[in-house]
Design a protein around this ligand. Structure first.
Ligand SMILES: [Zn+2]
Length: 480
């Protein structure tokens, strides 16, 4: 009897184990979403799309609207013939293969992808022939399945930008069946719509070098104005933006900023791109999926990091990026390397070097809450090359200021340990990347929280490449 009971228990245990195994397998499979699965899902979804309202071509023509044709676009426009307008369909043909590369899709599957676009100067002219029946109120642009509408802006750059932006929407809807939540769909369309056209060759995801380069674009200024008037939007706040928020350009600015931040950071780039493969969920689910994908990718490279550490780094990197957002931002030199093994000063003092041509650098040490530290800094380094070489010492040069301090000033800040985060008050000097302490040639500092110590030379984020040299920092732990 006991034997039978034991056998029964074993069978039961085996069945539970088997069921759990199958369940676990299915969870794994759900996580291992690929571009193939995404494309199959997209194909299935668009088979259930409603047919488009047919266009009355002769009525459209009678209203003085021209029809321009290319492989991926039929463009209807009332704009006069010009090189810039007439070459838009050819530009659109460059967009599609670039999007296939970006989303890792098979280009052959998009041979039949075709968009009908309406580039509108006089909206009244488009009222006949069914051209704007689906979009009675058009602000800048609109996309519905494989139809897109663009109101002609004043700037030639911005005309292409809006066409590409709506084209990205149309492509994503066609490829994946979904666009995803506002932060993702608008972020991606803004990221890829921001472009460069040089010798008729299109580059997507371009980061502008100056304010005058992309006329009427202005995303960087929009974000900076909003930060001055309100505050830095956290990633979580961007995830929570709703469709109605996009009646204002501010939401587009923030969505672009988050997308461009991810795109230019090797830790976040692929997680952001591949989020497109699974957009069928609530906004919260898609945001969660992005974070899980990101954690998985980071842990593949750095298994020692736990989920919370990865999320904290993402948030800290974001704060640093957006605080310093500017034209010609140097993504590489401002990339922050953390040191998970940062240790308290073992003896009473320590010494290390900080490079002048980089953003925040980990000192490899942890300051401890309530302890006093005496900093001294020395060294001569280069801050500019042209028109002549500018040298500075760690107290900076008062000829130019950046964020309220002379360029060249040695700055320091603490990133609080996980268990100390609740002690960190927002806006406290010396805590977080947006509110650093000025160290200059020296300072005595009582650490308000325990955390990893970061230092950098104060300079514009676009002007690090012409810096050269180091600062030597010495820290003595003193008795409080
Ligand atoms: Zn859009």
């Amino acid at each position: 009897m006991i034997m039978i009971m034991m056998l029964k228990n074993q069978i039961l245990f085996f069945v539970i184990f088997l069921c759990f195994g199958i369940f676990y397998e299915s969870v794994l499979r759900a996580e291992e979403i690929s571009s193939d699965v995404a494309e199959r899902f997209g194909k299935e979804t668009r088979q259930h799309w409603n047919p488009e309202i047919p266009l009355n071509e002769s009525a459209i023509k009678q209203s003085g609207i021209r029809r321009l044709e290319s492989k991926y676009l039929t463009l209807y426009t009332d704009l006069n013939t010009s090189k810039q307008v007439d070459e838009l369909p050819k530009l659109f043909d460059q967009l599609v293969p670039l999007l296939c590369n970006y989303f890792e899709l098979n280009r052959q599957n998009y041979e039949t992808f075709k968009v009908e676009g309406f580039l509108i100067n006089d909206f009244e002219k488009f009222k006949s022939g069914g051209a704007v029946q689906q979009v009675p109120n058009l602000r800048n642009g609109y996309a519905l399945r494989c139809r897109i509408w663009v109101r002609n802006p004043e700037s030639e750059y911005y005309r292409r930008h809006l066409l590409l932006h709506e084209g990205v929407h149309a492509f994503m809807g066609y490829a994946f069946g979904f666009w995803g939540p506002p932060w993702y769909r608008e972020g991606t369309a803004e990221l890829l719509g921001t472009h460069r056209l040089e010798n008729e060759s299109l580059t997507l995801g371009y980061f502008p070098k100056s304010r005058n380069e992309l006329l009427r674009w202005g995303r960087i200024d929009i974000v900076r104005d909003d930060m001055t008037k309100h505050h830095i939007r956290t990633i979580n706040e961007i995830f929570k933006l709703e469709s109605e928020d996009y009646d204002e350009n501010t939401a587009y600015g923030w969505s672009w900023a988050f997308a461009v931040f991810c795109e230019n950071h090797p830790r976040y780039k692929m997680a952001f791109r591949q989020t497109a493969w699974k957009l069928n969920g609530t906004p919260d689910e898609v945001a969660q999926h992005f974070l899980e994908l990101l954690i998985k990718k980071v842990q593949n490279e750095q298994p020692e990091l736990n989920k919370q550490e990865i999320i904290n780094r993402l948030n800290n990197d974001w704060i640093d990026f957006v605080t310093n957002l500017d034209y010609d931002y140097d993504f590489e030199r401002t990339r922050i390397d953390y040191n998970k093994n940062a240790q308290p000063i073992s003896n009473s003092e320590t010494q290390f070097q900080i490079q002048a041509d980089k953003g925040w650098q980990s000192s490899g040490i942890r300051l401890e809450r309530g302890k006093n530290y005496c900093f001294t800094a020395s060294g001569r380094f280069q801050l500019a090359e042209k028109p002549k070489i500018w040298y500075s010492e760690p107290n900076g040069v008062t000829l130019r200021y950046y964020r309220g301090a002379p360029i060249g000033t040695l700055l320091a800040t603490l990133i609080p340990d996980q268990e100390e985060r609740f002690l960190a008050t927002e806006g406290t000097l010396g805590i977080g990347f947006s509110t650093p302490q000025k160290i200059g040639l020296g300072k005595v500092w009582t650490a308000e929280v325990s955390g990893e110590l970061f230092l950098r030379i104060n300079d514009f984020p676009s002007e690090l490449s012409d810096n050269n040299g180091n600062v030597t920092v010495k820290i003595i732990k003193t008795i409080p």
